[in-house]
Write a protein that binds this ligand. Structure first.
Ligand SMILES: [Fe+2]
Length: 303
């Protein structure tokens, strides 16, 4: 990892290759991405009423904050407008919606000063999404909804692109996680008891890279990229959107970032829907990933 491509004009094919090689892409706010974050902003502001959402945490108990914010997450995920806007943005960024599959967009709040650090406001420890059963060809997209600062951003830890980290992914099974974990996130206000695949060795998080975009700006990165939530000390709650895509041709051919330390089982591929018509990925394409196992750091497919 050595390059951040800013407002690059390379096509999607080339962009995926570069992302799989550990590079980062960022795009300034454009009409399609601003429409998406603006939609989220309106939804957030309606929910918080007369309060400014980025400082509302100072006006209410953490329980009240969760009561307001938790219902917004599923509302945003399932809103038809979210689906329309995400498709428009991807098409605008050069993705072919016939072969690009996407999962639902998520809305996140990272409050300041440790006010809410679990459940719906979970602050992510350093991780790769591939520890959570994401395919190696998954690309993550991240957009801030309000102005952010370095102190309220997300961080990449580039040395771990090539350096394996001992981690708990061997105990992570995607199907178990779905049946017990995510559904109960709103109940985790003070602490989070969900079993997450964490680093099991000391890590050196510096030097780290934080990309600061304005509202509607976009950061794209490989799911194998080591990243974390910066502990927010900005005095303002950070609201952001993120979602994931996979290109089905890469799923079929096994292209993607190298797997250097992930040993989880199960796959999140069944969550993805084709951009053009939101149909699921054909079962025969997903099946080889179902029982994927890692031997000596290499992903092997078991029929
Ligand atoms: Fe992540």
């Amino acid at each position: 990892m050595n390059t951040i491509y800013v407002d690059s004009r390379v096509n999607d094919e080339r962009r995926r290759q570069l992302l799989y090689a550990g590079q980062l892409f960022t795009y300034s706010a454009r009409a399609s991405s601003s429409a998406f974050t603006e939609f989220a902003r309106q939804m957030i502001e309606e929910a918080f009423g007369s309060l400014d959402p980025v400082t509302a945490q100072y006006e209410m108990s953490v329980e009240k904050f969760v009561e307001i914010f938790a219902p917004l997450k599923p509302k945003f995920i399932h809103h038809p407008e979210s689906k329309r806007l995400i498709k428009e943005m991807l098409a605008d960024l050069g993705c072919d919606l016939e072969i690009t599959y996407l999962d639902v967009p998520r809305l996140r709040a990272v409050t300041s000063d440790g006010y809410l650090t679990s459940g719906v406001g979970y602050a992510h420890h350093p991780h790769r999404d591939t520890w959570y059963s994401a395919p190696q060809c998954q690309i993550n997209w991240w957009l801030p909804i309000y102005e952010i600062e370095s102190e309220s951003s997300m961080a990449f830890h580039p040395r771990y692109w090539t350096e394996p980290v001992k981690n708990g992914s061997r105990e992570f099974n995607y199907y178990e996680w779905n049946s017990s974990g995510r559904a109960s996130a709103a109940q985790h206000i003070k602490s989070d008891t969900r079993k997450q695949p964490k680093p099991e060795q000391p890590m050196e998080l510096d030097p780290q890279i934080r990309v600061i975009d304005g509202p509607g700006g976009i950061v794209a990165f490989s799911a194998a990229q080591m990243h974390s939530t910066v502990p927010n000390t900005s005095g303002r709650t950070r609201f952001s959107i993120d979602f994931r895509t996979v290109n089905i041709e890469d799923v079929k051919s096994g292209k993607g970032a190298p797997n250097i330390d992930s040993e989880c089982t199960g796959t999140s591929l069944r969550d993805f829907m084709r951009g053009s018509d939101l149909t699921r990925m054909p079962e025969e394409v997903v099946a080889p990933y179902d029982s994927a196992a890692v031997a000596d750091g290499v992903l092997v497919y078991q029929p």
